[in-house]
Design a protein around this ligand. Structure first.
Ligand SMILES: C[S@@+](CC[C@H](N)C(=O)[O-])C[C@H]1O[C@@H](n2cnc3c(N)ncnc32)[C@H](O)[C@@H]1O
Length: 408
């Protein structure tokens, strides 16, 4: 039987009724994130900046952690209060019945987002310390003892949000961000994209596995791997063995294991999506292959190759191209990147008629070098960077004349 979790009027975590949840996601993917929830049967949702708010119970918490591709952290609301200064913050956090949520034997950490007129609350480090002290003092008062803080791998992740004089305290049910799927285990590609963003880009393109997909600057393979997981209906949470909710007293492994078995049964094992992933760097392809091999139960083939994007000559059958070229923030120099982007535009113009192409970049200067008209420009955030996902419709034959340089 699935257990229901609630926050009782005593400001504690308990079982029985519906719960207010908030699923965070990369900026710009809120609608996609909400659509994903609908596809797994979660309808009680509302889009908010930076995520989706949801009403749900334990099954909802499990399902979202297992299935969301674009969600980053699923937060369970514990309490909210007026919060204009550090005293109100301390009181608001202190009044929660923490001992009913975890014990002095558990470890915890506090993270937060603080926007306030009060100067002391503008310092995130200081504000989280106030929250930590409030929790510790409450335990000491009631138990004469306190739980330890563990910043790296806590059992209980507390998240405090302060904005417009309102404080909200959440328990993070996911733990480490859900984009840490667990398939990147070795050395990281220095410009790799986070998995939630890559999945969001693929969902925005609408690619579903029925046409060929080319990822000619694949780096560590994130876009191709997420694309394959989408086509094969592979739940991203199947790769992870650890979620914070597993430390909760109400966690019932039986309910969780049922959802895991259902997710395994719903993998589309017979399909053969055509995904061609390439990069100019051999070590990147090596890394991408290793990442893909780390996903158990996903045995569909991705075709890997070492080649320059400018040499891409996709198949006659139209399909889709998705590219994440370097954009100067982390790798490469501007002048050589301008030449690269111009080369990408020329390649698309000459070799990819009939295809749809998507290019993800943060540089408006570099976008212009492609020299093709965009049919969509979707704003997305990659961490602190304002980026764009640009779409190019590469018409065949007579429509070639459309490829004039313009405001793209
Ligand atoms: C921003 S990274 C892509 C990261 C990738 N999305 C990931 O998640 O790992 C850009 C990639 O473009 C590759 N690259 C640079 N110039 C290239 C070229 N001319 N042809 C193909 N790949 C190129 C780099 O080696 C790098 O791996």
């Amino acid at each position: 039987m699935l257990i229901r979790i609630i926050i009782t009027p005593q400001k504690s975590l308990n079982i029985d009724v519906m719960q207010e949840l908030f699923l965070t996601c990369p900026g710009g993917l809120e609608t996609i994130c909400e659509n994903e929830l609908k596809t797994i049967g979660i309808l009680n949702t509302r889009i908010k900046p930076g995520g989706v708010s949801i009403f749900g119970e334990e099954e909802t918490i499990f399902k979202i952690n297992l299935w969301t591709r674009t969600g980053v952290r699923l937060l369970v609301k514990i309490d909210h209060f007026e919060c204009r200064n550090k005293n109100e913050l301390y009181q608001g956090v202190h009044q929660i019945d923490w001992n009913s949520i975890f014990t002095t034997q558990n470890t915890f950490s506090v993270n937060g987002f603080f926007r306030s007129e009060d100067e002391s609350l503008r310092n995130t480090h200081y504000a989280t310390l106030v929250c930590k002290d409030a929790i510790v003092d409450r335990f000491k008062k009631e138990c004469n003892s306190r739980p330890d803080v563990n910043k790296l791998d806590p059992q209980f992740h507390i998240f405090v949000h302060v904005h417009h004089n309102r404080g909200t305290v959440y328990l993070n049910s996911s733990g480490s961000p859900l984009y840490k799927r667990g398939y990147r285990r070795g050395k990281m590609h220095k410009a790799s994209m986070n998995e939630a963003l890559a999945a969001g880009i693929m969902l925005l393109t609408g690619w579903n596995g029925s046409t060929p997909l080319y990822d000619p600057m694949c780096g560590s393979g994130t876009l191709s791997i997420e694309a394959m997981m989408i086509a094969a209906n592979y739940a991203p949470g199947l790769i992870r063995s650890k979620f914070a909710f597993m430390n909760w007293k109400f966690f019932d492994p039986h309910d969780w294991n049922n959802l895991i078995s259902n997710a395994k049964d719903s993998i589309k094992r017979q399909i053969k999506p055509e995904i061609f992933a390439s990069d100019i760097r051999r070590d990147a392809i090596q890394m991408a292959k290793e990442n893909y091999r780390n996903i158990r139960d996903l045995s569909h083939s991705i075709m890997w190759d070492v080649q320059s994007v400018t040499d891409l000559e996709p198949d006659e059958n139209p399909g889709m191209i998705v590219m994440n070229p370097p954009y100067g923030e982390r790798t490469g120099e501007m002048e050589s990147l301008k030449i690269l982007y111009k080369g990408i535009g020329d390649m698309l113009k000459t070799n990819c008629q009939g295809y749809s192409a998507y290019l993800f970049t943060a540089s408006s200067e570099l976008m212009k070098q492609v020299g093709l008209k965009t049919s969509r420009r979707i704003p997305l955030r990659n961490g602190n960077l304002e980026c764009r996902l640009l779409k190019y419709d590469l018409y065949a034959g007579s429509k070639k004349g459309k490829y004039m340089d313009n405001k793209s």
